[in-house]
Structure formats: C-alpha cells, structure tokens
Write a protein that binds this ligand. Structure first.
Ligand code: IVH
Length: 319
C-alpha cells in the first residue's frame, strides 16, 4: 500500500470502526466486541498511522491525549453568551415561574416542559466547526471562559468528529463536565493518603481537574460529560422541540443528559422533582436540583432572556 493507493481509505475505515466501538462502549455502555478485539483494532490503527504519519489527522482517535502539558489556560470568547439559571426554592416559586411563562407566551393551558436533573459539575460549551471539535470553553463570566479543549478531548465520550449527515457548519453544544460520586470518593481517598486536603464536593473536584494542564495526570480520566442543550446552530435545521434537539445530539453520538422526562404542566414538573429527590442518593452523579425548560423552541424565542438567565428555564433546588 502507498499513500496514493488504498491507505487513506483503509485508514478512514479503521478510524470509523474504532470510533464506532468507542461510542458503543463508552457512551451507550453496550459494546459489540470484546475489550481484546477493541485493543487489536486500536493497535492496527496506531500501526497504520506509524506507517503513514502524513495521514494522521487531529480528529483521529489516537490523538485524544496530547503529549505535552498545555501550560496556562488561554481565554476564549463565547459566540453566544453562556447564561446562568434563576433558582426556585419552593413549590410556590415553581408555580410563579410557570405563571410567568404562560403569561409570556399567552397560554392558559398546560405548557410542555422538559425536566432534567441539574448535574453538579462545571459548565462547558463544545464548539464543532464542519463537524469537527474545534474548541471547548468553560462558562467563565458568561462572555469569556477558559480554553479547556486539550482536556475535554481526553473524555472518551466526546466525539472528535460528528458522524452522519446534516451536521451544521457551526454547532455549539452546552454541557456539564462532572465526576461520578464514587470516582470523587476514590480520588479523595488518594488525596488524603498524600496528606492533602480532600475536595469538599464533586464540583470543586471537577473545577480543579479541569485546570490541570498535564495530559498525563491519571485522574483527568475520571471526568465525564453530559450535553443538555443546543447553544447555537448554524446552517442546519433547528429542531422544533428541546426533546428533538436531545435526540439529534444523541444521533451525532454526543452523550446526552440522562434521567430527563417530559412534563406537561406545572403539576408534572413538581411530580418529577419529588421523584428525582427520592432517587437522588442512588444516582451515580451529584445533583443539586431539577431544571425545567420550555420544550418548544419558538416559545423559548418568544420568552427570551435577561442579562443573566433565560426566562424559559429555571433551576428548582433541592432543600
Ligand atoms: S440548562 C441557559 N440543564 O447549571 C442556561 N443547565 O445555573 C441553560 N446545569 O451553567 C442551562 N445541569 O452548567 C441546564 N440539565 C441542565 C443542567 C444545567 C447542570 C448547569 C449549567 C448552568 C448552570 C446554571
């Protein structure tokens, strides 16, 4: 095989296979092949790339972990501001939120919401340009955040390129980087063993891990990610409902938030809250509340946002 012959096609097929099985294993937790078979595929890919170094691309699955520390994190601006959420502290607040939503869109009947756990981690936006992961940025002050691209690339469930058709030229996905509760507990054991101060909560463990610039530090591997919203979307068809957006993100192999449900009307929202509150201690991730989001995208546009937060969503905190 020479570079003008079959190598580019063979490499592309091999990369696609590795990406496919990576997605089945890490995102869907439903592998089709054994770990040994996956390791062999990956080794074949490494082998071929060694033979044809000129064909190695930045998106190849072999290029997730950079070799060198990235140094101080650079600042990057957000194309669309990353907003925060207003907090609701009791049922009366939720009823008032729903009343304001219905007033804003001129509706007397039940509004369709999506209820999701509020995952306790660090907000990150992933930006894909022509289907390739271009950069990942923390929320920062909402206008500018830290460039955490090198680190986010190491999270196995983050696709370095989006498969399939209909991928918009520019796609900004809003996510939460988090750690599983048991991983934080284990990390804290190791930190105590070194005589250091353990992390007070998962969020501080994640925030501090995201600031690590050395790609070889093993506990960076503990970071996980959930996508919970489409931030900005160009040259593609905007899905009419939030649930369609979640399904679209899933089709592009992005790991979407789990445990969400459709809630028609405020009573269904409160039912979801009570149910999640009861299950909270059994969930593998830390959550500090429920986010209610208006499902219809046109209704969201009508409601708009103020400087700090959207009027179409709010966080109902656990007590
Ligand atoms: S939606 C316009 N959904 O909570 C804001 N946020 O206080 C859209 N968060 O910065 C945010 N889980 O990082 C949304 N299921 C979820 C979330 C979630 C955690 C974080 C998010 C945001 C913060 C707001």
């Amino acid at each position: 095989m020479d570079t003008n012959g079959h190598a580019p096609t063979a490499l592309a097929i091999l990369r696609e296979q590795v990406e496919y099985h990576n997605h089945r294993y890490h995102t869907l937790a439903d592998p089709e092949i054994s770990d040994g078979e996956y390791d062999r595929l990956f080794a074949n890919l490494l082998d071929m790339e060694r033979q044809f170094p000129e064909l190695v691309t930045h998106e190849s699955p072999t290029q997730r972990v950079g070799a060198k520390p990235v140094g101080k994190l650079a600042k990057l601006p957000h194309a669309v501001p990353m907003l925060s959420l207003d907090n609701l502290f009791c049922e009366a607040d939720v009823i008032e939120f729903d009343r304001r939503v219905r007033e804003g869109i001129n509706r007397d009947d039940d509004v369709s919401y999506v209820a999701e756990p509020k995952v306790d981690g660090v907000a990150v936006s992933l930006v894909f340009v022509d289907g390739r992961l271009d950069h990942a940025t923390t929320r920062g002050d909402g206008k500018t955040g830290d460039d955490v691209t090198a680190l986010v690339r190491t999270i196995r469930t983050v696709p370095l390129h989006l498969p399939g058709k209909g991928v918009p030229g520019l796609l900004d996905v809003r996510c939460e980087v988090y750690m599983a509760k048991h991983d934080v507990a284990q990390l804290n054991v190791a930190i105590r063993d070194q005589g250091k101060q353990p992390f007070a909560n998962p969020r501080s463990a994640v925030a501090s891990t995201l600031r690590l610039t050395d790609p070889q530090v093993a506990h960076r591997r503990l970071l996980r990610i959930f996508c919970h919203d489409l931030g900005h979307h160009e040259e593609g068809r905007m899905p009419p409902m939030h649930i369609d957006a979640l399904c679209q993100l899933r089709e592009w192999h992005l790991p979407i938030i789990q445990d969400w449900d459709l809630a028609i009307g405020v009573d269904a929202c409160l039912d979801f809250y009570r149910n999640l509150s009861a299950r909270r201690s059994n969930l593998p991730y830390a959550t500090d509340g429920v986010v209610y989001k208006v499902n219809g995208i046109l209704n969201r546009d009508r409601l708009g946002s103020n400087a700090r937060s959207p009027r179409w969503a709010a966080a109902h905190k656990f007590t």
